[in-house]
Design a protein around this ligand. Structure first.
Ligand SMILES: Cc1cc2nc3c(=O)[nH]c(=O)nc-3n(C[C@H](O)[C@H](O)[C@H](O)COP(=O)(O)OP(=O)(O)OC[C@H]3O[C@@H](n4cnc5c(N)ncnc54)[C@H](O)[C@@H]3O)c2cc1C
Length: 397
């Protein structure tokens, strides 16, 4: 597909949720009048992390900035229709505000929840700590044996339609003038400390003022096209949808067992997964589901934690990839320190969907104003990679 011009102020590589959020915030910013091209290699998005994710948002992070980033995400999602409205056909996003429930199984785990709770509350998050007795009263489907503490989100957390969010950003950005083409960036052309253009698989060379790398798990390859490096690699995550003979009664949030096994309702079913014990870098084209993980880890653990899950049947499963930042489980956001017109948004490590509104807005501010105007996202910058100084996020699911 041909781009309508040979030169753009901003070229965005990867048009899933983060690329489209960036295009959206540029297109809706009255102070930015430049041209924007989004190059996306697959308009079905079937292998994007966006489409394969658990589609959830939480305020329960260990790092205060991540709490604030997700608080903006919630605000955006709650006002989704108004934010992305174009015509009567605005997609629905179906926000289920059921909260997360983090569980601790020893003193150390309880201390982590308490410490994170302080951070979250200092940011205004609506979260509560519950002792085992309180957990048992509130969540009657839960076996509290062996638990020391729980932390639950009272509002602002839940799940929604990830592709709806992506399509909302994309449609509004296109309506306001951003160009989208279906093509693959195969070369990033650099002259000294500037990116001058990209070349696509179909043979187009398109000049750019700024290049934005929102290519997800392919981010490292796109950086390498310019001779640059980022500590981001694809890590596989399998998700399983199960039918439960006796559905759980009362409020059920996204529940994380101390082992890392988690589940949440998915319509009349339940979606389940785990943080794999063995978690190597994988081939980016390997989307095979790790069925052993369900049999060996997820089911035995979850059937003990939630007795009703003894009688479950897998009705669907898929695998996707985290763009995993090996330095500190946080995104690398903003310009490369040497090549300043090359902006990254890579390494979300499993929380990029909920971060897309704040990160897209942040990138648009960097482009329009040369600095952040709302949330200061500079701790996520490439500088920490150069200095080898992690900006750690502990609460990774
Ligand atoms: C199983 C799973 C569960 C998750 N659960 C959650 C969750 O509950 N909450 C949450 O916040 N996050 C979650 N995440 C993480 C979240 O999905 C990602 O962080 C987020 O979707 C990243 O969006 P993105 O736009 O950066 O990347 P992607 O969605 O991966 O999109 C990258 C796009 O770039 C395109 N592309 C790549 N290379 C090129 C190229 N050379 N030229 C053109 N186009 C290119 C791809 O086709 C793709 O569409 C989960 C991820 C997985 C895999």
């Amino acid at each position: 597909m041909q781009a309508s011009k040979t030169s753009y102020d901003v070229v965005i590589v990867g048009g899933a949720v983060v690329g489209s959020a960036t295009a959206y915030f540029l297109a809706t910013n009255p102070d930015f009048t430049g041209s924007v091209l989004v190059i996306e290699k697959d308009w079905t998005y079937q292998r994007s992390a966006t489409a394969l994710s658990s589609s959830s948002i939480r305020h329960q992070f260990s790092n205060a900035i991540n709490v604030k980033v997700s608080q903006f995400g919630t605000e955006f999602i709650r006002n989704f229709r108004k934010n992305v409205e174009v015509d009567d056909d605005t997609p629905e996003i179906g926000f289920h505000e059921n909260g997360y429930l983090f569980l601790a199984g020893d003193v150390r785990g309880a201390n982590v929840l308490r410490r994170n709770h302080e951070t979250q509350v200092s940011c205004g998050a609506d979260v509560s700590l519950l002792d085992p007795e309180g957990l048992g009263r509130r969540f009657q489907w839960l076996n509290v044996e062996g638990l020391t503490l729980g932390s639950t989100g009272e509002s602002g957390e839940g799940w929604f339609d990830s592709v709806g969010l992506l399509q909302g950003f994309r449609k509004k950005a296109r309506t306001l003038g951003a160009d989208y083409i279906e093509d693959e960036v195969v070369a990033v052309n650099r002259e000294g400390d500037r990116i001058v253009s990209v070349t696509t698989k179909s043979g187009q060379t398109i000049a750019c003022g700024t290049l934005v790398n929102t290519s997800g798990t392919n981010g490292k390859q796109v950086a390498r096209m310019a001779g640059l490096d980022i500590p981001v690699e694809p890590r596989r995550r399998s998700l399983f949808v199960v039918d439960c003979r006796t559905p759980l009664e009362g409020k059920v949030g996204l529940t994380i067992d101390p082992s890392g096994v988690f589940f949440r309702p998915e319509g009349k079913f339940y979606l389940m997964g785990t943080y794999p014990k063995h978690d190597p870098e994988v081939d980016p084209s390997d989307f095979s589901v790790m069925h052993d993980e369900f049999e060996d880890e997820i089911w035995p653990t979850i059937a003990e934690r939630v007795p009703a899950f003894e009688a479950i049947k897998v009705v669907n499963s898929w695998a996707g990839h985290y763009d995993y930042c090996t330095l500190d489980h946080n995104v690398i956001l903003g310009p490369h320190t040497d090549v300043k017109n090359f902006l990254f948004a890579n390494g979300f490590s499993g929380h990029g969907l909920q971060q897309s509104p704040a990160m897209g807005r942040g990138l648009s501010e960097l482009i329009a104003y040369g600095g952040f105007r709302t949330l200061d996202l500079s701790p996520f910058g490439y500088e920490r990679v150069v200095a080898n100084q992690p900006f750690l996020e502990d609460a990774v699911i």
